[in-house]
Design a protein around this ligand. Structure first.
Ligand code: 5RP
Length: 154
């Protein structure tokens, strides 16, 4: 699995742990920053870069980290083709893949002990989409909205 990852300062330490963990497990991990700890950095650029990379790389998954994961998930979801889910336990992480075919997980690094955060994201990465028709129909409805929604004039 190729995993794209992005974070602000709040998830910087966890990102390092995850990158090593997944590389050791044989995954290819692409780091979209932040690359140094800066307590004043802003999550949108890292999360949007990560989300764009996921869309450009079909079959890959993304992970965006922050303090709560909320803003990170919101930022990722601005990118067309992204379905980012805030994952806060292993079951929610698995359901994000099974039911929603989420291609990005947002997680709050300040909300979990490290081992728990790793378990939640491992569950996300390992779980396939169920492919069940009812779930696909709902995803198609959102994709249809995404394609046809009115765009703001520049
Ligand atoms: O979770 C986040 C956004 O949803 C950010 O990581 C969080 O807001 C950063 O907080 P601070 O600037 O106080 O370190």
């Amino acid at each position: 699995m190729r995993i794209h990852i992005g974070t602000d300062h709040a998830g910087f330490e966890l990102k390092g742990i995850l990158v090593s963990h997944w590389r050791e497990a044989g995954h290819e991990v692409i780091d979209h920053g932040c690359y140094v700890y800066d307590r004043l950095d802003d999550y949108p650029e890292f999360c949007i870069a990560c989300a764009e990379a996921v869309v450009a790389d079909p079959g890959s998954l993304g992970v965006v980290l922050g303090g709560s994961g909320n803003g990170e998930q919101i930022a990722a979801n601005l990118v067309d083709g992204v379905r980012a889910a805030l994952v806060w336990n292993e079951e929610v992480a698995r359901l994000a893949r099974q039911h929603n075919d989420a291609n990005v997980a947002g997680l709050g690094a300040r909300m979990h002990p490290t081992e728990e955060a790793v378990r939640i994201l491992d569950a996300f990465i390992a779980e396939p989409f169920s492919g069940e028709e009812r779930h696909q129909n709902r995803i198609d409805q959102m994709a249809d909205y995404e394609r046809h929604r009115p765009r703001r004039q520049a």
